[in-house]
Each structure stands twice: as C-alpha cells, then as structure tokens.
Ligand binder design. Structure first.
Ligand SMILES: [Zn+2]
Length: 307
C-alpha cells in the first residue's frame, strides 16, 4: 500500500487496520537526504525532529514544489546558508543545518526514525504508538524547563538543545547517516568522535574540565545525557551555566581544528568560556539594572522552547 493511497467509502476491518498502520508508519517515516532531488522542502518529513519532522516556516509563493536540492550551493554542494536564512525560521534553519550532506551523488531514501538503523520493526512501531520511550525505563529524563531557564546566551542554549537532542554533527553522527568519513576524533586521533567524546571524555576536553571547578565526572559508560543530568543534579545553577559555556567553547575549538587546523590550549579554552559567561552576565546586569520582584518572577517564568 502506498503512503498516499485513499480509502474506500465503506472501509472494512482489514482496511482500517492497514490504514492505522499506514498512519503509524507515516509518523515514524523520515526522508534521509542524499542529493535532495527526491524530497520536497514543504510536505515531506525530512528534518531531524522527533515531534515535527516537517518545515514549519510558511512556504513562499512559487516554491510549493521546490526540492531540498535547491537549498544546496551550486559551487560545492554544501547548504546555501544565505537562502536558508532568507526562507526559514530559526528552528527550521537550525534543524536543516544540522543535517550532514554527502559529497557523493546519492538518492534520497525513506528511513524509519524510531529505529537505530532506520529499519521499521514491530517493537519501534509499538513504542511509537503507545508513546513509550525507547530508552531504558530506569534512565532519568532531561529537565527541559531547566535547560530553557538557564541564564546563558541564546546561541549557547540552542547548542545545548542540539547536543541533548543528538543533533550534533560529530564524525560518528556522519557515519551513522552513512556518510563515508573517518569517525576518529580530530583532536586526539584515538577514539570515535561522538558527542560525549567530543565534549567530555576526549583527553583534551577532560583537561579543560579538570581546570574548571566543575570537574569532568568522567565515566566511560556514560552518554552525554547521563553526564548532563549528573552535572545538573550535583552543581548549582551558576556552575551549570559555566559548564554550558565550556561545552560551547570546546565545540568551537573542535570546529577550529577541523576547518582551520588550529587547536587552543586547555587553559585558553577554559578562559574563553569564563569570559563568555562573565561578559554575558555583565551585559544582562547593565540592561536590566532595576528589576522589581514581580518583573523578575515574570522573567523567570518558563517560555516554551522552539519545537
Ligand atoms: Zn578525542
């Protein structure tokens, strides 16, 4: 049965069951971007977002049938940032730019978003239908309200959101999407680079954490989410905010290594994180010198994050 097929006037039990399965598969089905030529920008589920994998920005007139390939640079095939910034909301921009692109010409494929290797299984379909998380029942969950209340620059908050949503374009993430890359860490050249390695367990990152008062709480069986939950439970809010600045600076340094071949010392990375955080706090103070208690309560109220 094709995903777009319409039903008869008087549906039988079998038809209704098939229809329900079709809707279920549609909820979990995602387009994996190859060339982008077979995926419509508006309408196809192609963004890495569990809740809404479709573009939310309003479609500009005349672009209804445009494909994802038109968002790629004609020069080198990378994302065309100017076009993307012109057409899409911040949420859509962030999700699009987190999708790694292959330099090799390959077709777009359908994949199953709720299974590790993109293949539909009854278990993942059941989990989706019953809204049961696929993670261990004992694993603690992330307090998203806490994340969005942190007093940190918006770019850092968005970055933390991307890491916690497994949207960081690490070498391992590229490999998982079947992009042919060497998944080795570009800094220590020793272990695969996933988000936890890049930001916490790489010897380079650990030396930065050890310079800070926060410490790395390193545990080789951790995931990044485990580590984050541990930090947020153990440390006060100021420490957690400084930790986010360190994570941000570690990732900037990692990108500088990949793109420019430059690597800062651990001390320099920690200093830049401290400067980023203290300057942000100073700016906030300067721009809101006299806030009465009522206003403060209003400001601290949780604002719904972008979805
Ligand atoms: Zn490393």
């Amino acid at each position: 049965m094709r995903l777009g097929t319409r039903g008869p006037h008087n549906p039988s039990y079998v038809w209704r069951s098939l229809q329900s399965t079709k809707e279920l598969i549609k909820k979990g089905a995602r387009k994996r971007i190859g060339s982008g030529c077979q995926t419509k920008i508006w309408g196809d589920p192609w963004l890495p977002d569990q809740v809404n994998p479709c573009i939310e920005s309003v479609c500009s007139q005349g672009l209804e049938s445009s494909t994802v390939s038109s968002l790629r640079s004609a020069v080198d095939g990378s994302w065309d940032i100017d076009i993307i910034q012109d057409l899409f909301s911040e949420r859509d921009q962030r999700l699009i730019l987190s999708i790694p692109l292959s330099r090799q010409e390959c077709d777009d494929n359908w994949m199953w978003a709720n299974e590790r290797f993109g293949v539909y299984s009854v278990k993942s379909g059941y989990n989706l239908q019953t809204n049961v998380s696929d993670t261990s029942p004992n694993s603690p969950s992330i307090n998203w309200k806490f994340v969005w209340r942190l007093g940190i620059p918006a770019k850092v908050r968005n970055f933390i959101w991307r890491v916690l949503s497994s949207c960081l374009p690490t070498m391992q993430a590229f490999l998982t999407l079947r992009v042919e890359v060497n998944n080795c860490c570009p800094i220590c050249h020793n272990l695969p680079e996933d988000d936890f390695h890049a930001l916490v367990s790489c010897p380079w990152a650990r030396s930065v954490w050890n310079i800070s008062s926060i410490g790395s709480y390193f545990n080789s069986s951790c995931t990044f989410a485990d580590w984050w939950i541990n930090i947020t439970h153990r440390r006060n809010q100021n420490d957690v905010e400084l930790a986010t600045a360190i994570l941000w600076c570690l990732w900037q340094n990692r990108n500088d290594v990949v793109w420019n071949g430059k690597c800062k010392s651990a001390t320099a990375i920690f200093d830049s994180a401290q400067t980023l955080y203290s300057q942000w706090k100073m700016t906030r103070k300067l721009h809101s010198p006299q806030i009465n208690t009522e206003q403060q309560t209003m400001q601290e109220r949780w604002i719904k994050p972008p979805e």
